[in-house]
Design a protein around this ligand. Structure first.
Ligand code: SF4
Ligand code: F3S
Ligand code: FES
Length: 254
């Protein structure tokens, strides 16, 4: 069995802005075997060398979105990252997500995402089509939003987005995950709610400058930028920046 060194962030908060903070990378060397993923290595280290290592996980199958971390600087799910795909001749660096407040070791506080989610207007369906209170919708219309429903809320897209990660504009920008959530509502064929003003103001969709980093890291391969963000940017632009529509709205006092 090959022995591999892992450098894992140990300690508490205050890493941001060049502060020394309450932690550091600590080396652990363990024998690894074929088929192991990064989460297996972390569990082995936790069991044998660092019983107090804090790590969040649940399914080990890429479906709960709990084990998000930064592996060699790239936001990834630990349970879906195979050791054989990493360069093992040098230490594997495992750090917590940087866009969220650190609680301890590899665990961050992602509750901000859920607070913002609560502020997004919920699904509001149009009146039923049939007397039995049901609707008729074309499969092709519903297919569009199915992609967005695959989201596992790992928040890796939020972690990688420079608007949140580097510029810390959490008060002005909801981030790609919550734009995907909004797109699932906004593009639903039955939904009649109007979220365009919120997208423009509270969610700050204009702050996304289409770097597409979010799409690159999404483990569900949701085409976040092309299929969710850009179409909603176009809807916002149509309403607020199309001169004819602006004139029409001004005349109607809206
Ligand atoms: Fe994770 Fe993708 Fe959902 Fe973002 S959109 S939270 S990267 S699954
Ligand atoms: Fe951020 Fe994705 Fe836009 S990474 S800038 S939300 S394309
Ligand atoms: Fe569930 Fe990794 S443990 S996604």
């Amino acid at each position: 069995m090959e022995t591999v060194t892992f450098q894992i962030w140990r300690g508490g908060p205050a890493r941001r802005g060049g502060l020394a903070g309450g932690g550091k990378l600590v080396d652990y060397s363990i024998p690894v075997s074929e088929g192991m993923v990064v989460l297996d290595a972390v569990h082995k280290i936790q069991a044998e060398q660092a019983n107090d290592l804090a790590v969040r996980w649940n399914c080990k199958a890429g479906k709960c979105g709990s084990c998000s971390a930064e592996i060699n600087g790239i936001p990834r799910l630990m349970c879906m990252t195979r050791l054989k795909d990493l360069p093992l001749d040098k230490p594997v660096i495992i750090q917590p997500m940087k866009a969220f407040p650190l609680i301890r070791d590899l665990v961050t506080d992602v509750s901000w995402n859920f607070r913002v989610k609560k502020t997004i207007k919920p699904f509001r369906p149009r009146a039923a089509d049939a007397a039995d209170g049901t609707w008729r919708i074309a499969q092709s219309d519903i297919d569009r939003v199915q992609e967005f429903r695959k989201c596992i809320e790992c928040f890796l897209c939020q972690d990688v987005c420079h608007v949140l990660r580097e510029h810390h504009l959490q008060d002005e920008f909801a981030g790609p995950r919550l734009l995907v959530y909004t797109a699932a509502l906004e593009m639903h064929p039955l939904d009649v709610e109007d979220r365009l003003q919120d997208l423009k103001r509270a969610q700050g969709i204009g702050l996304c400058n289409i770097t597409k980093c979010c799409t690159t890291v999404c483990p569900e391969e949701i085409r976040i930028t092309d299929n969710a963000i850009i179409p909603m940017k176009e809807r916002v632009a149509d309403r607020y920046y199309d001169p004819l529509k602006r004139l029409f709205r001004a005349l109607r006092g809206r």
